[in-house]
Unconditional design. Structure first.
Length: 276
């Protein structure tokens, strides 16, 4: 009887571990942004190859993954369908895509809509400008918050102590090797909150400046940013003109958010379970 009880207790643990590995596998493909071989994924995830084969076969059957002639696997059509469902339900992102596309078309500059993604930030939608060289980040790739103008707005709700706990220490190192002190980063955040916008120059690379304006929710908390990625040496008059348009777009999106009904999904699942 004791053995049977032990088996019953271990089954949920095995399922949970399998679910964690499935999520890690999908996250690995997302970070690599290319098809991968199953043995390589098993190695990178530190998991038994047989376990990864089993998970992948389940995901293949669901259309979440697809196989290629060379034996690699990548995201399947079902992921696209899920994303379309998400876009249909997420009014802010749908409206922000329209705003980003309009800004880029009218100004010729690269425009982006960005949000927090865990303890990083990510570009949710981007429209590349007309300049002959590319100065932007890939959509969906997690980026350390301290290297961005958006990060200085998205973290404005955190205290100094919360900021220290939230931002990984290694993220304070810039691509050129410089290290941003956490106190300096916090002062930048406070300054961006006072200004109502943020401009950073030469953080992500030596040739680019990023200007960002906040998108706030019903409570005034920054939930997203709308940005321009422009050359570092852009004419100051053009910079002021672009910033003015960016702030106006951020305010328009904020008004749009304020008009949306608060989402019931913002409550935690645990609180909903407690009420049930």
């Amino acid at each position: 009887m004791a053995e049977s009880t032990g088996q019953k207790k271990s089954a949920p643990a095995r399922r949970e571990r399998g679910l964690d590995r499935a999520i890690s596998l999908l996250d690995l493909l997302h970070r690599q942004r290319r098809p991968a071989r199953i043995p390589d994924m098993a190695r990178d995830l530190g998991a038994p190859r047989s376990t990864i084969y089993e998970i992948i076969n389940r995901l293949l059957g669901a259309g979440i993954l697809e196989t290629y002639d060379d034996g690699t696997v990548y995201f399947g059509k079902a992921v696209h369908f899920y994303a379309a469902d998400y876009m249909a339900a997420h009014n802010l992102i749908r409206r922000a895509r329209e705003e980003v596309d309009r800004l880029a078309t009218e100004t010729g500059e690269t425009a982006q809509f960005c949000m927090l993604h865990g303890n990083k930030y990510a570009v949710v939608h981007m429209h590349t400008g007309a300049r002959p060289f590319r100065i932007s980040s890939d959509v969906g790739v997690p980026i350390p918050l301290p290297v961005t103008a958006s990060g200085r707005l998205l973290l404005s709700h955190l205290t100094r102590e919360e900021l220290r706990a939230f931002v990984p220490g290694e993220d304070l190192r810039l691509p050129d090797g410089r290290i941003i002190a956490i106190d300096d980063f916090h002062r930048d955040i406070e300054e961006a909150e006072r200004q109502g916008y943020c401009i950073t120059v030469g953080l992500a690379d030596s040739f680019t400046q990023c200007m960002a304006a906040p998108v706030t929710d019903h409570a005034g908390r920054v939930v997203a940013t709308i940005c321009f990625m422009v050359p570092r040496d852009i004419d100051p008059k053009d910079s002021r003109r672009l910033l003015s348009r960016l702030i106006a777009s951020g305010r328009a999106l904020s008004v749009f958010v304020e008009q949306l009904p608060p989402k019931s999904g913002e409550r935690s699942l645990r609180s909903q379970e407690a009420e049930a």
